[in-house]
Ligand binder design. Structure first.
Ligand code: SF4
Length: 177
């Protein structure tokens, strides 16, 4: 699959705004994991969140194995609605994109969604007992990615919002090869 074809594939799945980066340029930082561990109510709840995730150093090594990663940007008007209401269709599009890339010969293809996994009413809380392993993925933050720095380095907008009614700049990743 040519570079042009994979870009057409990304757009066909509804992602018109994206930029390529080398996996070694993904900003992986301890502060992300520390805030997750000490300040997030979801810590220890989702199977796809820390402490069920690899160490920050392992995450950095993981991203470093990729030469082409697409950072996918959406500007969303969530209006205070739960992530699963707004991002459900986006997650399905991401999984379809991952599958198409894989079937077209990108054996390392993997997507990281824009939100925490919400697929079950009550998460199993461990990767081993996850009920939908074929569809659940960690988001970039769960793997220690400083999404703010990573997006800004590519020229994308992102800022801390003081009102849930404001439009949100959300990011997913397609790890390709
Ligand atoms: S699919 Fe269900 S069990 Fe697995 S991470 Fe998501 S919510 Fe948890």
């Amino acid at each position: 699959m040519s570079h042009t074809e994979i870009e057409e594939c990304i757009r066909a799945h509804g992602f018109d705004e994206f930029a390529w980066m080398d996996g070694r340029d993904v900003r992986v930082a301890q502060w992300v994991r520390f805030k997750c561990r000490m300040m997030c109510e979801g810590y220890g709840v989702s199977a796809m969140c820390p402490p069920n995730m690899p160490s920050v150093e392992e995450c950095r090594e993981f991203f470093g194995e990729y030469r082409r990663i697409a950072l996918l940007h959406l500007e969303l008007d969530c209006g205070g609605a739960p992530d699963e209401d707004v991002l459900g269709p986006v997650d399905e599009a991401l999984l379809a994109l991952e599958r198409e890339a894989f079937l077209r010969g990108y054996e390392k293809a993997m997507v990281l969604p824009m939100t925490v996994c919400y697929r079950c009413r009550s998460c199993s809380g461990s990767v081993a007992s996850c009920r939908e392993k074929a569809a659940s993925r960690p988001n970039p933050e769960a793997l220690g990615v400083d999404v703010f720095a990573t997006a800004r380095a590519l020229g994308f907008p992102i800022e801390v919002l003081d009102d849930v009614d404001r439009k949100q700049n959300r990011y997913a990743m397609l790890l390709l090869e």
